[in-house]
Design a protein around this ligand. Structure first.
Ligand code: FES
Length: 123
């Protein structure tokens, strides 16, 4: 029998996810180490499609944003780590500049179900 995947988690009503908005959430799934901080993530519309990543910079493992809901650089082109300025492509999470160049944000599965945006950790 196939093992059950990570359960889907509702993070916000789909109508709340408007262009340019970043919705942050805390994952129900715990981080690998039992005493580590709870995992957080964010979801946004990427060319009209919901896309979600863990809110962890691959460089130092800290959250990307200082301000709630603020993830983009000043040109509104790339997701930016506010600590050291690394830039990530919104469509792939790939870091194209900064100390973690070549690495990528961790993408989450995302879907719309019963009017809600749901996410889960990719298996
Ligand atoms: S922690 Fe984000 S670039 Fe260093």
């Amino acid at each position: 029998m196939k093992p059950a995947g990570t359960p889907w988690q509702s993070v916000c009503p789909a109508q709340e996810l408007v262009p340019g908005k970043f919705v942050e959430f805390r994952l129900q799934q715990k981080a690998a180490a039992p005493d580590s901080m709870p995992l957080t993530g964010f979801v946004f519309l990427d060319n009209g499609n919901p896309r979600a990543y863990l809110n962890i910079c691959p460089h130092l493992g800290i959250e990307l944003n200082w301000m709630p809901g603020r993830f983009m650089d000043s040109d509104n082109l790339f997701i930016q780590c506010s600590t050291h300025g690394a830039l990530f492509k919104p469509s792939s999470g790939e870091c194209i500049a900064g100390p973690c160049q070549g690495e990528a944000l961790t993408e989450l599965d995302v879907r719309e179900r019963n009017g809600d945006i749901e996410i889960r950790v990719q298996g």
